[in-house]
Unconditional design. Structure first.
Length: 234
């Protein structure tokens, strides 16, 4: 049985520093490309862990990207089987959708670095190392979601109340990007050039903030992901 199955949507939004954590733990990774590989053919419950990464599309854009339905079906089957699942950005939004929650445009795009505010549950969770008193956080999204029934809210920001949630004992959704690797961040600036221009966000400012905060976030994210993998038995 393979250890980690990763669903990736765009090449530059990859595992980032989370990949280092998997390597250190000896967890083999297989990556499939959404929209290219057949997600309907994947065994939802086979991998020890499913990771669904981010993308600059909407979780409900089935009319434009018809393969999203198969991705949601994969997540729904896995989540209801209680198998370890991690969603980042779009991945968290797709988890929310798979659990019956609404995904919709937020009040404004949230692009840039700002600290998370952990809830009481968040401070007692594996995400404790990501508290805003310890590290800043990269945000890059325009949509948000309602909290799924039965989920526990772990973190938020003033602009986006639902930044992280747990569902059951082994599912974690993160709207933000703790996995970002500062050494490869220039790929994000290139890949999202049109979005940055439309949002009037300065690549130079993002680049400088990533240099300022990236190393600390990498250290804290490594601790948080390690704690969560311990919790789910990996």
């Amino acid at each position: 049985m393979e250890s980690v199955l990763v669903v990736r949507h765009v090449c530059f939004e990859d595992l980032g520093t989370l990949g280092v954590v998997f390597t250190e733990r000896g967890l083999p990774v297989r990556c499939v490309e959404a929209g290219v590989d057949d997600l309907a053919a994947e065994d939802a419950c086979g991998p020890a862990l499913l990771v669904v990464l981010g993308a600059p599309i909407g979780a409900g854009d089935d009319d434009r990207y018809p393969w999203l339905g198969a991705e949601v079906d994969l997540l729904r089957a896995r989540l209801h089987a209680g198998r370890p699942t991690l969603g980042i950005c779009l991945g968290a939004q797709l988890m929310a959708r798979a659990l019956g929650a609404r995904v919709y445009p937020g009040p404004a795009s949230e692009i840039g670095w700002s600290p998370l505010a952990l809830t009481e549950a968040g401070r007692g969770s594996a995400l404790a190392p990501l508290d805003g008193a310890l590290t800043s956080m990269l945000h890059w999204h325009g949509d948000t979601f309602d909290l799924p029934d039965g989920a526990t809210l772990l973190a938020g920001t003033p602009l986006c109340r639902h930044q992280a949630f747990a569902w059951g004992a082994s599912a974690l959704g993160l709207q933000c990007h703790p996995e970002v690797d500062a050494a490869r961040f220039e790929r994000w600036l290139i890949g999202h050039a049109v979005e940055l221009a439309q949002a009037a966000v300065s690549p130079a400012d993002l680049r400088a903030d990533t240099r300022r905060h990236g190393a600390v976030l990498a250290r804290q994210a490594r601790a948080a992901f390690g704690r969560w993998l311990d919790q789910v038995g990996l």
